[in-house]
Design a protein. Sequence first.
Lengths: 466, 465
Amino acid sequence: MPYDLIIIGSGPAGYVCAIRAAQLGLKTAIVEKWPTYGGTCLNIGCIPSKALLHASELFEQAGHGLAPFGVEVSAPKLNLKAMMAHKDATVKANVDGVAFLFKKNKIDGVRGTGRILSAGKVEVRSEDGATKTLEAKAIVIATGSDVASLPGVAIDEKRIVSSTGALKLSAPPKKLLVVGAGIIGLELGSVWRRLGSEVEVIEYLDRILPGIDLEVAKQFQRLMEKQGAKFHLSRKVTKAETTKNGVTLTVEPVAGGEATTMSGDVVLVSVGRRPLTEGLGLKEAGVTLDERGRVEIDAHFRTNIPGIYAIGDVVRGPMLAHKGEDEGMACAESIAGKAGHVNYDVIPNVVYTYPEIASVGKTEEELKGEGRPYKVGKFPFMANGRARANRTTEGFVKVLADEATDEVLGVHMLGAGVSEMIAEAAVLMEFKGSSEDLARTCHAHPTMTEAVKEAALAVEKRAIHI
Amino acid sequence: MKDISCRLLVLGAGPGGYVCAIRAGHLGIDTVLVEAKKLGGTCLNVGCIPSKALIHAADEYEKALHFASGENPFGITTSGPVLELAHTIAWKDGIVGRLTSGVSALLKKADVKIVEGSGKFRDGKTVEVETQTGLQVIRASEIVIATGSAPIELPFLPFGGRVISSTEALALTQVPRNLVVVGAGYIGLELGTAFAKLGAKVTVVEAQSRILPQYDGELTRPVGKRLRELGIEVMLDAKAKGLDDKGEALSVEAADGRKRSLAADKILVTVGRKPMTDGFNLDAIDLDRDGPFIRVDDKCRTSMRGVYAIGDVTGEPMLAHRATAQGEMVAEIVAGEKRAWDKLSVPAICFTDPEIVTAGLSPEEAKRAGIEAKIGIFPFQASGRALTMGKEAGFIRVVARADNHLILGVQGVGDGISELGSGFSLAIEMGARLEDVAGTVHPHPTRGEAFLEASLRALGHPIHI
Ligand SMILES: Cc1cc2nc3c(=O)[nH]c(=O)nc-3n(C[C@H](O)[C@H](O)[C@H](O)COP(=O)(O)OP(=O)(O)OC[C@H]3O[C@@H](n4cnc5c(N)ncnc54)[C@H](O)[C@@H]3O)c2cc1C
Ligand SMILES: Cc1cc2nc3c(=O)[nH]c(=O)nc-3n(C[C@H](O)[C@H](O)[C@H](O)COP(=O)(O)OP(=O)(O)OC[C@H]3O[C@@H](n4cnc5c(N)ncnc54)[C@H](O)[C@@H]3O)c2cc1C
C-alpha cells in the first residue's frame, strides 16, 4: 500500500514533519541513511556541541571561576574520555528518543539512502546494496546540509577536521587553528580553548559572526580575546599542508599582499555548510535548484514538481534546527490540507559561547540598509543585580523599535544564559508588540531578564537602573 | 533646620520607593526620598540580592564538591574544595555595596533629594524626619508610603542569640554545624538549601502538611526530592515549641505528637513577613486597612487623598518587582499620566533547587475561578538542552481556557528556569493563546522549548513526547 508521505532525511526538519504528519493521520515513512535518527543536529551538531560546551564551561569554572565566591580548589584535571562519554550518552538519549517517537506515532523508519525516481516514487538502497521502491502521494526532501570545504584544504578528520571531527578529538590540541569565525567555529574553538588549547581564528571578512548585529559581534570579539583567543580578520586561507607534527596553512590578506604561513596541531574548517542534494535524483526528476544549489520552493514548501516538497537546511533561510522543525511542522500541516505557516521574520538565533549571543529580528545594519528609521534601547548586565550575584556582568541587551510605531523590530543580547531569554522577544514580535508592551510587563526580580525590560524602557529614554 | 517643601515625598527606599522616586525625578517632579536605614531596602541589603548571591556561591561550592569526588558526568576532577565563608560573605557585601551606591548615584542623577533618618507622619501632608543633625520637617503635596516589611517573630522563639532571621543568616561567617529552619516557605527553603550545600546539617520544621504551601504539590515534588538528596530532614505537621531548658536546642512536637529536641547552633525562623506599619505614626492619618496591610485601590491610592502606598506594605505578593511596578505607576500617576494596575501576571520565583517559576493562574486557581481549563505539561526529561546539562528534573506546565485557548497561567520547576518567568508573563500580558506560543519559533536547544511543547501538548499534538 502506498504511503501518504515519504520523508527523506530524519534531521529536525524531517523527523518533526513525520511526527506531525502521523498525528494528522497521514501514513508516513521516513528514510534515513545513517544508523541513527536525528540528523546533523542530534548526532553531530547542536546536541553534542552543546554537551561539550556545557562540560568545558564547568571545567573552566573549576579552574578559574570559583575563588571569588570563597571556594578554593586545586587546578582541575580533565578526563577527556569521560567528558566525551557524557556527550555520547547525551546523543544516545536524544536519538533513542526520536526512534521511540517514531514507534509511538506509527511511523515507518526505513534504513538506507533514498533517491527520487519520479514524483511519488522513492528508491531506497540499503547498506548491502539491495534496493526497494516505496510509493507515496507526497515526498518531502529533508536531506539537510553537509560541511562546506575550502579549495586547497582537504579535510581528513584527523589533522584537518570539520565540526564532526572537532567533536571527537582524542586530546586537546596544543594549538588549534580555526578557519572561519562563524557560529560553529567560535563554539568549538571555545570548547578546546577551555580544555587547554591555544586557539587562533582566521576569517575572510573584516568581522566575526556575519549576520549577527555588528555591535554585539565586536564586543564579543573583545571578550573572546580577553579569554585568550586570537583573531586574524580579512585573511584567506589558500593552502594547507599536513606535516608529521601538524598542519601549516598559507594565509593571504584579502586586500592583496604577501602570503604568510601559520602552523597548528589541528585545523578546524568551519566555513559554512552546503545543502545536500547529490545522489537524490533531483535532476532526473526535474526538481529545480536555486542559484546557491538549494532546492527551490514556494511559500508552501512546494518544489516545481507537484507532490515533491523540501524543508530544512536544504532550502533557503537560516540553517538552524528550529527553523527546520517549524518548516517540518508547517509542511506536514499543508500536506494534510491545513494552513501551515512559518514567519521567517521571527526566527531566533543563538551562539552558545561564553557569554552567549541571542538575537531575533533585524540587526541595526539591516535596518540602516532598508532605510527604516528606528530607536535603540540598550542596557548593560553590569547594572543588573542577578548578573552581579552570579558574576556574569559581561554584555548587554539591545532593543530596536520602529521610530514611528514603536513596534519592536529586533532584539539582540550578549550575556550569560541569554539563550533562554530570547524566546520572550520572539513571542513579543509574533504579536508585533511594541517596546512599551515589553517595558510594561512585570519582569521577575532578581533575574537577568530585568535587563530586557530596562532596554525596552531605554528605547524611550526612561530606564530606571542606568 | 529649615523645612523642606516638595511635590512628592517617598517614605522608604526599597525597590518600591527608590524606583518610584527615580521615575518621578525623570518626569520632572520635585521629589524627596526618606530612608531610615540603607538605600535599596530589604531587597538590596538583606533580601533578594544577598540571598541569591549566597545561593549562587553555595551552588558553586556544591559543584566543586562534585568535581572533587569525581562524581560528575563531565570528566572533571579537582582536590577537595575549601570554603572560606567569610570571603564569600565579603564578596556578597561587596556586591550589595556596589548596588546600593549605584542606587544613590541614580537618585542623584534623577535630581531626587535624599533625607536620611526615620520618618514620621505629622499629618497627611507633613512628615518629620529624625536626622543625625536634628529634626527635618518636610511638606509634600503627595506622599508615597513604601515602608516595606519585616520578618515575623514567634512569641515563644524571639530573635536573639541563636534564634535568627534571614537578615542574620545572610551575614553568618561560619557555616553552622546544625541549622534548624522553622517554616518551609520560599525564604526558609532557599537559605536552608544553600547552607546544606555549604555543609550544614539542616532540619526544616513546618507546621503545615507540606513544603512551600503557596505552590501545588506537582510543582514542589522535585524540590522535596532534592531536599532529601541533600540530606535535609523535613518535619511536616510539626510544631516548634521554643528553646529547650539549656537554650541549645529547639523543642518540637512532631507529627505523631512526640516531643523531639533538635540540637541547633542556629535556628532560622522564616515564618513570613509582616507589613511595616509601626513606628511612623500612621495613626495620625488613620488609613483604611486590609488585614494588617494598608488598603489601596488600582492606582495605589489609600483612603486619604494625596497619600499612596506601594510594595510589601500593601499586601501579597510581597515581591520586589511588584513593588517596583507599583512605584513606577504611582510616579506616572502623580505626573498626570493615566495609569492603573492592570497586570495579568506578576511572576514569582522560588530560588530553590530546582527553581520554581509561576505566572498567572495555576490549574487549581483556574478551577476555583470556575474556568474550564486545558493543561499541558512537558517534562525536561524530553528536552535536549536539559540532557546536555545533565539536569533533567522538572517540567513546564501551561494552563489555558478550554474554550478559546487563552493562556491563563504558566508554571514550571527545573534547573535554572528562573530566567523563563518573564517570558511567561509577557505571553499572558499579550493575551497569547496556545496556538500563538505553539506558532512562535523557539530556539534549539533551549529549556524554553518546553513552553512551546507544553502548549502543543495542551492542544493535543506535542512533538517530543
Ligand atoms: C557543530 C554544529 C552545531 C550546530 N548547532 C546548532 C544549534 O545550536 N542550534 C541550531 O539551531 N542549529 C545548530 N546547527 C545546525 C543544525 O544542526 C541544522 O540546521 C539542522 O540539523 C538542519 O536540520 P535538517 O533536518 O534540515 O538536516 P540534517 O539535520 O542535516 O538532517 C538530514 C538528514 O538526512 C539524511 N540524509 C541525507 N541524504 C539522504 C538520503 N539521500 N537518503 C536518506 N537520508 C539522507 C542525513 O543522513 C541526515 O540524517 C549546528 C550544526 C553543526 C554542524
Ligand atoms: C531573604 C529574602 C529573600 C527575598 N528574595 C526575593 C526574591 O528573590 N525576589 C523577590 O521579588 N522578592 C524577594 N524578597 C522580598 C523583597 O525583598 C521585598 O518584596 C521587597 O524588598 C519589598 O520592597 P518594598 O520597597 O516594598 O520594601 P522594602 O524593601 O522592605 O523597603 C522598605 C524600606 O523602608 C524603610 N523604612 C521603613 N520605615 C521607615 C521610616 N519610618 N522612615 C524611613 N524609612 C523607613 C526601610 O528601612 C526599608 O529600607 C526577599 C525577601 C527576603 C527577606
